[in-house]
Design a protein around this ligand. Sequence first.
Ligand code: MN
Length: 358
Amino acid sequence: MNYGVFVPGASPDGHATPRVGVQWNDAVVDLGLLGLDAPPGLFDGPSLNPFMAAGPDVWAAVAEQLADPAADLERAATPVERANLLLPIEVADYVDFYASIDHATNVGLLFRPDQPLMPNWRHLPVGYHGRAGTVVVSGTPVRRPHGQRLDAHGTVVFGPSTRLDFELEVGFVVGVPSGQGAPVPVEGAASHVFGVVLLNDWSARDIQAWEYQPLGPFLGKSFATSVSAWVTPLADLEGARIAPPAQSPEPLPYLQTDQPWGLDLDLTVERNGEQVSACPFAPMYWTLAQFVAHLTVNGASLRTGDLLGSGTVSGPEPGQRGCLLEMGGPFLADGDEVVLRGQAVNGVALGEVRGVVV
Ligand code: MN
């Protein structure tokens, strides 16, 4: 079941206490009201972090109790239209990867037709550290960012971005922390990562193009990142695991495992009510396990609430482009609404991400 944080009532009430809940039919079930057998303090809100930090045994024990008809979820249910869903996690560190070979190739072709993939791309999952403090929940309006860019004559100007884009991504949420100086092996991801959100990495392409060399994305992306209000446990997606694409050349040993797995998810992008893209997650080149192994191999630690973005999800076909840069525009206008949705092959629906440009 999908987990989230909510305040009862159709609009935010400064006096109401946020509560941890699960999505059940068209309702939110308040876990604090069920008398579950679990360590104290996990469901008192305002975030899923205490529950996520409790680890896989507690996650499994709670899921088992919720699946038992004796739990009687009805008595703790609030209709979803009467619940105000909040940002489900207190975001610790935010990292965004670049794991789709189709996206990296399509974007690379725009700038380097002779060598679309950089020499490092097939050796490590390329990523950058983003801004955790501007991650917002689905439904939050996104203000068009202002910044420096080059105009058509190559002059540096300042003003609102004229090339505002979305990026369709999957985000992975860390529950169990790891120690500094103690790398997590490639088999260790499922012991640390609690679940999955959909993620829109809003990107101002004009600001990005002017600022990004040589140190990477900065203000062109840090103004807002939207995530779904619902976090889907990784455990619920075990039935959606598939073999990932073969990797060539073979990566270094710390990125290898005998049993690699990806996720078979179907993702869509809707713009102003019209579907503009349908992207499979299955062809993603780098896996979650490799993200975690690579992120920690230098001794960096994981923290509860870390958010790991997959990078833009694009597939090999023309209708499988995860951002407007790859589609050739047109870029987002004020008032445009972007909705990301996702469904796993085992029938589990991910939480949607909705945002309007203002
Ligand atoms: Mn991104």
